[in-house]
Design a protein around this ligand. Structure first.
Ligand code: PBG
Length: 326
């Protein structure tokens, strides 16, 4: 009989398994995406994201306090404005809903909670695109950049510690870095959605922020093609060169190869966004009793860490913090 190699030795007890576990998950690694809507009287449920709501300013403050108490690492805000227009002015209006919310959270927590603001125009434009449109209806990359810089300054001024550009315009990180530095915000962190794919998994998010892309359009002209892996690294390298402090892969589960590439190729902290559709799939199957929802959530988010993410944006942040904290 040949000698059997026995990797099972290290799996015999829970204590041994914990000792040799490679990937860890701590509430401090998680960022909770939160929606805040202008002019709401009461929080509004989002049917395709069970357990998530459009917050009022008050319910947002309560939720952030609760997340902080549970040790969640940070929050990222998305705004749902009462009015939309062609140039997305709610994104950079000092009285826009996210800027109002940022000031409230800064009053509540100061620097004790890492408060981030998603930086994009799509929630604020009446056509639903992430940038302004040229006369031919295409998204005008270079005309959009100054508006992103303006939004970044408005967010920083309102108290955002981190701004997170998600619009996939070329040169956006450089434009935002210059804008922030010139306005006297050299310490505002840029977490870039550097490597963001045009994905079917953003569906529930678009319900959450009331976004419909005009004319049944899509974002394939600016977000990445899911057939491409090398391009993910290229996008991240460009953003680091332009001044990104943190880069990101989005979505998460279908792009773990890309995440592993970035972990090897760049040395800034790496985030991954486990997006609305990923959350919704787990919730829907769990509701039918087909999978154990909390167990699958823990498995998925831990897998994202194992693939190389330092931080994970996830709608499961609060639930996982509860599980991990007990
Ligand atoms: C753009 C943005 C989107 C998401 C985050 N930022 C939508 C999009 O690119 O269409 C999606 C997040 C999710 O699905 O959870 N502002």
């Amino acid at each position: 009989m040949f000698p059997i190699d026995r990797p099972r030795r290290l799996r015999r007890t829970a204590a041994l398994r914990r000792l040799v576990a490679e990937a860890t998950l701590d509430p401090g690694d998680l960022i909770a995406p939160l929606f805040v809507a202008e002019g709401l009287d009461a929080p509004r449920a989002i049917s395709s994201l069970p357990g998530q709501v459009q917050h009022t300013l008050d319910s947002l403050r309560t939720e952030v306090a609760e997340l902080a108490r549970r040790g969640v690492g940070g929050v990222i805000l998305f705004g749902v404005p009462a009015q939309k227009d062609a140039v997305g002015s709610g994104a950079y209006d000092p009285d826009g809903i996210v800027q109002v919310a940022l000031r409230a959270l800064r009053d509540d927590h100061g620097d004790d909670v890492v408060v981030m603001a998603d930086l994009c125009l799509d929630e604020y434009t009446d056509h639903g695109h992430c940038g302004v449109l040229a006369t031919d209806g295409s998204v005008d990359n270079d005309a959009t950049l100054p508006l992103y810089a303006r939004a970044a300054v408005a967010q920083a001024r309102a108290g955002a510690a981190v701004v997170a550009p998600s619009g996939m315009m070329d040169g956006q990180v450089g434009a935002i870095r210059s804008g922030l530095d010139e306005a006297g915000f050299p310490d505002t962190v840029i977490m870039s959605y550097s490597t963001k794919y045009a994905s079917g998994l953003y569906g529930p998010f678009r319900e959450a922020v009331d976004v419909e892309i005009a004319g049944g359009g899509d974002r394939r002209g600016y977000q990445q093609d899911y057939r491409n892996r090398r391009e993910g690294t290229r996008e991240a390298r460009l953003d680091v060169a332009e001044g990104a402090d943190i880069v990101m892969v989005k979505p998460a589960m279908t792009y773990l190869d890309v995440l592993a590439d970035l972990r090897r190729e760049v040395d800034v902290p790496l985030a991954a966004y486990h997006v609305s559709g990923e959350y919704a799939m787990v919730k829907a199957a769990a509701e039918r009793g087909w999978i154990d929802g909390p167990a699958v959530a823990l498995e998925q988010i831990t897998a994202v860490r194992r693939a190389g993410a330092d931080l994970v944006l996830t709608y499961f942040a609060r639930e996982l913090a509860e599980v991990l904290g007990s």
